[in-house]
Design a protein. Structure first.
Length: 185
């Protein structure tokens, strides 16, 4: 693991989810970023897709519900592993009444750490609600080759978000993103 780059690093979204980025690691399949996370009962991300990254998690404690777009909901408990290949729209949530904890990774890392940190920071600043619309527009437009929020209609993603991103640039809303890494692709 790469401990010299400020790892471990914790981010919280104010809505009951915490992620701890543990660092990158070289494995025979390539690079991956190792992550642990926890969620309060009911917390979890909406339906989303990582176009470039495989995501694998193992439930350490609690009960996790998960669903692939168009499929039935499933559940996993301690010791069970869930894998979502790149390009698979999915969601997960804490389906129990105690904290759920998971460990896992995304491979290749791409910009998953930067993207999730941006989303989580914006949500936390917005009292755990959705990210600020300008932050979401910037992140979703810049990293559209890597991530998407499936519940947001395509016309909004393709037309409105880039328009809001341009307006945000004109209004000087993106100083905090001045060091944003380039998209992969």
């Amino acid at each position: 693991m790469n401990a010299s780059s400020g790892y471990p690093r914790t981010v919280e979204n104010g809505a009951g989810e915490t992620l701890v980025f543990l660092g990158t690691q070289s494995v025979p399949e390539g690079e991956r970023i190792n992550i642990t996370g926890s969620a309060r009962p009911g917390a979890g991300p909406p339906m989303h897709v990582h176009y470039l990254q495989d995501e694998i998690v193992t439930v350490e404690a609690g009960r996790v519900g998960y669903q692939v777009l168009g499929q039935e909901q499933k559940f996993a408990g301690p010791g069970e592993t869930i894998a979502w290949p790149a390009g698979t729209a999915h969601r997960w949530w804490n389906a129990g009444d105690t904290e759920a904890r998971m460990t896992g990774w995304c491979t290749p890392p791409g910009n998953v750490e930067y993207y999730l940190t941006g989303i989580f920071d914006s949500m936390k600043q917005n009292s755990g609600k959705r990210p600020n619309v300008f932050d979401a527009a910037f992140l979703m437009t810049r990293y559209k080759s890597e991530f998407a929020m499936v519940d947001i209609p395509k016309p909004v993603q393709k037309i409105l978000m880039p328009l809001l991103c341009a307006i945000g640039s004109l209004l000087g809303k993106y100083r905090k993103f001045k060091d944003a890494p380039k998209p992969v692709r």
